[in-house]
Ligand binder design. Structure first.
Ligand SMILES: [Zn+2]
Length: 477
């Protein structure tokens, strides 16, 4: 396509600009990393052109909930996010960040971020490594409360002392002063379970003072979800932070339908505080293997196991049968490990995804041997399953949830919408052919129908081929 530094005209696409506005057929001119003109077809010319007729051009997708903290330091081809049209990832979710912590033996769930990953004594050291790595995508880093607890507490099984809490508060403040967008918490998980509401409020303090964002994996997404949600909303309001409720869902068949109430509570809170949600478009969750949870859920797939790697991809039920033991005993023998839990209803997933405050986030786990298909399929699945096949969302609304809304909520200036002067993070796809192909039985399949992905104006992926692995940047608040 000629000199890659000369202006490029993307001709004839239907532009879905990320604001939710109806699509408009336009030509879009890129120069360097910027969109310099958007005009009706036929008015612009440029030394390089790309024919995009019949396709949709929209902002690059923003994965609001990733666990790509180590992945963004690697060069991986094919790339699970770039292949989907993702141009920006938010890292450090669920209270789990790679820094600040140095350890060979991270406790679960910190071990979800891959082997030998915890080698950064400060958040600054992690950010420097990220800058040096020149990531494939743009990165919005958060610092994690679980990580801070493991780093600063003599014993994370108990509440933090006043002194330890102060160390964590300083850790949050330093991380943000160095470039973190905010904090994530995950009091559902063992390293933070002993943290009370007071401690949560204390560690959110420095985020509020800096007008930052806090993403919360709440204490309980099952029977006790109402209390857990109230705690999260109260802490967010009291700390004065912009709150993201992570991977919102209710699990357990007796709780099916309760998103009607949880979303009502979010709507009421949203009148007086900054709150939004993220969710992934699947009825199964995935995280560390926990024997009690696995036994209670019933239908469970093993995504990795350190002592029994041969069991990855199998159902817990079939493993237990082979071993002639119960589900809980089988799960215990597989530890440490990860699992996929089939514990949500279609109706709840639909209701959360369709809510106007909900953004899309993959929650993908890039180091699992047999990952949940959300790692490779989330964004195309929204476009194929929820827009084209089931018409739960219009295409424009789906794109807004994956671009404009997250850019606004995370404060990503000049990103998330197609507009003159904005950064050229763009994806070009065929609305009739776009399709996630990752399935539970074949989870690492790249999607179909994503034609081109531009990261900061560079053509990073085209027709399934990664052309540029270093076009991303660490973004700053
Ligand atoms: Zn989580």
């Amino acid at each position: 396509m000629g000199d890659p530094s000369s202006p490029l005209l993307i001709r004839g696409a239907e532009v879905v600009d990320g604001t939710g506005a109806p699509r408009v057929r336009s030509d879009v001119l890129l120069q360097g990393d910027t969109v310099v003109a958007v005009a009706p077809p036929g008015q612009l010319t440029a030394p390089r052109e790309m024919d995009a007729s019949g396709k949709i051009l929209c902002p690059g997708f923003i994965d609001t909930h990733s666990h790509d903290d180590a992945l963004v330091l690697e060069r991986r081809i094919p790339h699970p996010k770039l292949m989907q049209g993702v141009t920006t990832v938010v890292t450090g979710n669920c209270g789990i960040s790679l820094a600040p912590l140095v350890t060979q033996h991270p406790p679960a769930p910190l071990d979800l971020l891959g082997p030998d990953s915890y080698r950064f004594p400060s958040f600054r050291a992690y950010l420097d490594a990220l800058d040096n790595a020149r990531p494939a995508l743009n990165v919005v880093p958060l610092v994690g409360h679980n990580t801070l607890r493991v780093a600063h507490l003599a014993d994370w099984r108990v509440p933090a002392t006043a002194e330890e809490t102060e160390c964590m508060r300083r850790g949050v403040a330093h991380a943000m002063d160095d470039g973190a967008f905010g904090l994530s918490t995950g009091v559902f998980y063992p390293p933070s379970r002993a943290a009370g509401t007071d401690e949560l409020l204390a560690v959110c303090g420095p985020v509020g003072e800096r007008n930052g964002i806090v993403a919360m994996h709440i204490r309980d997404e099952g029977d006790q979800i109402d209390a857990a949600l109230k705690e999260a909303l109260d802490v967010g309001a009291m700390a004065g932070v912009r709150l993201v409720l992570s991977h919102h869902k209710v699990v357990g068949s007796k709780n099916f339908g309760r998103t009607r109430h949880t979303l009502r509570a979010v709507d009421i809170a949203a009148r007086t505080q900054a709150v939004c949600l993220d969710c992934y478009p699947y009825e199964a969750s995935s995280t560390m293997l926990s024997p009690a949870k696995a036994a209670a859920t019933g239908h469970v797939l093993i995504s990795w196991s350190k002592p029994h790697p041969e069991c990855a991809g199998r159902t817990l039920e079939s493993i237990a049968r082979d071993w002639n033991v119960g589900l809980e005993e089988a799960a215990t023998r597989l530890l440490p490990g990860g699992a996929i839990y089939f514990g949500m209803s279609t109706e709840d997933v639909d209701r959360v995804l369709a809510h106007p405050l909900t953004m899309v986030g993959s929650d993908g786990l890039p180091h699992d041997a047999r990952p949940h298909p959300r790692l490779w399929g989330t964004f195309p699945r929204v476009l194929s399953h929820y827009v084209r096949e089931r018409r739960l969302l219009t295409l424009e609304e789906a794109v807004r949830k994956m671009t404009g809304l997250p850019a606004q909520r995370f404060g990503l200036a000049q990103r998330g919408t197609v507009a003159v002067g904005h950064v050229a993070d763009l994806v070009l796809f065929d609305p009739e052919a776009v399709e996630d192909r990752a399935r539970y039985e074949n989870p690492q399949a790249p999607p179909a129908g994503i034609h081109a992905v531009f990261v900061n104006g560079k053509l990073a992926m085209q027709n399934g081929q990664v052309l540029e692995s270093h076009a991303g940047r660490r973004l700053t608040p």
